[in-house]
Each structure stands twice: as C-alpha cells, then as structure tokens.
Ligand binder design. Structure first.
Ligand SMILES: NC(=O)c1ccc[n+]([C@@H]2O[C@H](COP(=O)([O-])OP(=O)(O)OC[C@H]3O[C@@H](n4cnc5c(N)ncnc54)[C@H](OP(=O)(O)O)[C@@H]3O)[C@@H](O)[C@H]2O)c1
Length: 232
C-alpha cells in the first residue's frame, strides 16, 4: 500500500536518506526544508520546526498533495556544542526548541489524521548522545534523551489507536553535522565504536523504514550506532 510520508529536515543528510528509502519503496514522500528546496522526486515543503504554524501548514500541504500523512519522521535537528560553563541560555534553549520542541510540534500536527485513520507510525530521530551522554553536548544530549520519554509517553497514549511511536538512536553518521567535528574528535569516537567506523545515512534509514512497517513494535529505542551505546 502506498503511504503518505513526511520527513522533517528531509532535504539533506540522514533525513534525505530516509526520504529516498521510503520513495524507493513506492511511498509518496514530502520533505521539509528551510529554503534549500528538495531533490527531484520528493515534495519539498518549506517549514521551520520551531514555528507551530509552519509545521501545521506543512502537514496540510502534504495531506492535500499526497493524502493524509500516515508515516512521520521527526528528524530535523541541530547541535550547538560547548562546555556547560560556556553554554548560555540561548544555546541551551535553541537546541531544545529545535530538537525536542520541533518533535513535539511535528507529532502534534501529525496525530489528528492518524487518530482518524486509526493507523500511523511516528519515528523520532534521537542520538546515542541522549543515552550515554556526550561532553560538550549537554544541550543536545538532553534534547535527544527527552525524545525517548516523549516517544514512550506517546506510545502509551496512541497505542490504543493503532499508532506506533518509536525512536532511532544513531551513532556517528557521515553528514554535514559531523563534518564540523575535528578529525581528531571523529577518530576518538570511532575508536570507541565496536564496528570501528562511522555509519552512512542509508544505514540509519534502513532502521527507520523497518520501524515504520513494524506493526507490533512501539515504544522501542533502536540503536544504530555500531555498538557505541551498547548497554543503554
Ligand atoms: N550525523 C550524526 O552523526 C547524527 C548522530 C545521531 C543523531 N543525528 C540526528 O539525525 C538528525 C539529522 O542529522 P544530520 O546529521 O542529517 O544533520 P544535518 O546534515 O545537519 O541536517 C539537519 C537537518 O535538520 C534540518 N533542520 C535544522 N533545524 C531546523 C529547523 N529549525 N526547522 C526545520 N528543519 C531544521 C536541516 O534543515 P536545513 O537544510 O534547512 O538547515 C537539515 O535538513 C538530527 O536530528 C541529528 O541530531 C545525527
């Protein structure tokens, strides 16, 4: 069955790989971006996840073009890394507002159609940092840990309506986000990864597409981290 899928931040990086994986499976896929547009074959919708009106409008547009959204992937996220003593209020709140607040707005906009359809799947893109902590990323790790409690609460609320809610927790993935890290920092992380390498965005996408079709899996946190966060 062809589904209407919406991926936030689906214009590049992990989100784009996720969007392409759904499209390759035959789904109709809308991706949100903040001005870059979307690659061919995907419906691009301009949307900043910090603005509830833009998020609601994005769902309305995806629904009009592709039908009510039945799979949503809350992927948009940012980092603003620094040690706690240098982390001012703005740096803390911007990251929380985008990563956790954006996921809240996305889920809130997605749920009414899913409840009506008595079907749906929500996948949140968290991070290994949310489970094991990460120095210099207290804001980011807090936002990503928050997604786990948020998702599991929604899994309980929405399970009776046949809506699954799950989390994917990637480790180090090769994207623009990690391009910002020094080679030394990346090498240090990789040395702690049992598989001794970073992931491709496609390796994260495969877990997301699987979860979106896993009808008896809800409230799960799936690590896709080469073993980095093992034990959490
Ligand atoms: N890369 C990793 O190692 C890694 C590891 C674990 C988890 N993750 C998570 O995976 C997700 C994707 O990361 P990535 O590595 O693909 O990062 P990326 O290449 O930096 O892409 C980030 C995406 O998020 C979008 N975005 C950022 N702020 C937004 C906002 N306010 N409103 C709407 N969209 C916004 C960006 O849109 P624009 O193009 O408009 O900026 C872009 O599409 C993030 O949640 C990240 O935390 C990444």
């Amino acid at each position: 069955m062809t589904r209407s899928v919406l991926v936030t931040g689906g214009n590049r990086g992990i989100g784009l790989a996720i969007a392409r994986a759904f499209a390759a499976a035959g789904d109709k896929v809308a991706v949100t971006h903040r001005g870059s547009g979307a690659p061919d074959g995907l419906l691009g919708i301009k949307c900043d996840v910090t603005d509830p009106d833009q998020v609601a409008a994005a769902f309305a547009e995806a629904s009009e073009v592709h039908g009510p959204v039945s799979v949503v992937v809350a992927n948009a996220g940012i980092t603003e890394d620094t040690l706690l003593l240098r982390m001012d209020e703005d740096k803390f709140h911007r990251v929380l507002d985008t990563n956790l607040g954006g996921a809240y707005r996305t889920a809130k906009a997605a749920v009414p159609d899913m409840v009506r359809a008595r079907a749906g799947s929500i996948v949140f893109v968290s991070s290994v940092a949310g489970l094991r902590g990460s120095e210099g990323q207290a804001n980011y790790a807090a936002s990503k840990a928050g997604l786990v409690g948020f998702a599991r609460s929604l899994a309980r609320e929405l399970g009776p309506r046949n809506i699954t809610v799950n989390v994917v927790a990637p480790g180090l993935v090769d994207t623009d986000m990690t391009d910002k890290l020094s080679d030394a920092r990346k090498a240090q992380i990789v040395s702690e990864v049992p598989l001794r390498r970073s992931a491709s965005p496609e390796e994260i996408a495969s877990a997301v597409t699987w979860l979106a079709s896993a009808s008896y899996v809800t409230g799960a946190v799936i690590p896709v981290d080469g073993g980095l966060g093992m034990g959490h």
